[in-house]
Design a protein around this ligand. Structure first.
Ligand code: ADP
Ligand code: MG
Length: 267
């Protein structure tokens, strides 16, 4: 059974594309056949995060316009052959692509892949409607900021109105030290507002920026960063594997605590 999942949010810039790239790569490494669809038409950057931008020849637009075959537009990752990308066109012709097109496209992809992950654009207009058209499940990404959480709540309502009831949550850019000082919403605070199932908590991590610049998802690193490990765990949970949530409390991850764990033979 193939799963078609849209990765979305209310607020922009909260980590949808970062999450799509890392979950996709991690699922592919688990042996699943994965295709990532960049539905952020006009602002494509999923290809950049994956380091595949130089290999994009055709995009979803040419496939829909029947100017190329689907096969020709899929970019297969050389590091991880289970992972393919369908890039977004760089120009946005809003009328060119409809929800019906996207639905048909995702339908076809789902016959060939275990996971179809659709990276959603910001906002709740045409682009959003197109991106959710073929999806049966959704992952909502939010940061622990009240504005982002409030927007996520609205989008959850919209998804439900569009018959997407299987909705999971990724809480991104958590800063444990700030939570500890009551300067940031905690995981529990967010879950109190959004009554959806938590599937991942990703800490604020400068390695995200390094990985974006390198075009190499965090989950590919030889030694996983905190965010990389958190994404890897999230992908496993998505795939039905039970994984405990990491403890990010500042004390636990300070250099001293790490050293202490290492001394106890438990890095
Ligand atoms: P979206 O697709 O929702 O617009 P992106 O994935 O493009 O969001 O991320 C927006 C910005 O936030 C990027 O510059 C990215 O590097 C940064 N970012 C995302 N997640 C994290 C994180 N966990 N730690 C640090 N920076 C992050
Ligand atoms: Mg994005």
């Amino acid at each position: 059974m193939s799963r078609t999942i849209v990765v979305t949010s209310g607020k922009g810039g909260v980590g949808k594309t970062t999450s799509t790239a890392n979950l996709g790569m991690a699922l592919a490494r688990l042996g699943r056949k994965v295709v990532l669809v960049d539905a952020d038409f006009g602002l494509r950057n999923l290809d950049l995060l994956l380091g595949l931008e130089n290999r994009v020849v055709y995009t979803a637009l040419e496939v829909i316009a029947r100017e190329c075959k689907l096969d020709q537009a899929l970019v297969k990752d050389k590091r991880q052959p289970n992972l393919s990308l369908l890039a977004a066109p760089q120009t946005r012709n809003k009328t060119a692509i409809t929800a019906a097109h996207m639905k048909a496209l995702v339908e076809v992809l789902s016959r060939h892949f275990d996971y179809v992950l659709v990276d959603c654009p910001a906002g709740i207009e045409t682009g959003f409607q197109n991106a959710i058209a073929g999806a049966k499940e959704a992952i909502i990404v939010t940061t622990p900021e009240i504005s982002a959480v409030r927007d996520a709540d609205r989008v959850i309502g919209l998804l439900e109105a569009n018959r997407i009831k299987d909705i999971k949550l990724i809480l991104n850019r958590l800063r444990p030290a700030m939570v500890k000082n009551n300067d940031m919403m905690s995981v529990e605070d967010v879950l109190e507002i959004l009554s959806v199932k938590l599937i991942g908590v990703i800490p604020e991590d400068e390695q995200v920026i390094v990985s974006t610049n390198k075009g190499e998802p965090l989950v590919l690193a030889e030694k996983l960063s905190l965010a990389g490990e958190a994404y890897d765990n999230t992908a496993k949970r998505l795939d039905g594997i039970e994984v405990e949530f990491m403890d990010f409390t500042a004390a636990n991850n300070s250099i001293f605590a790490r050293f202490g764990r290492w001394l106890r033979g438990n890095p």
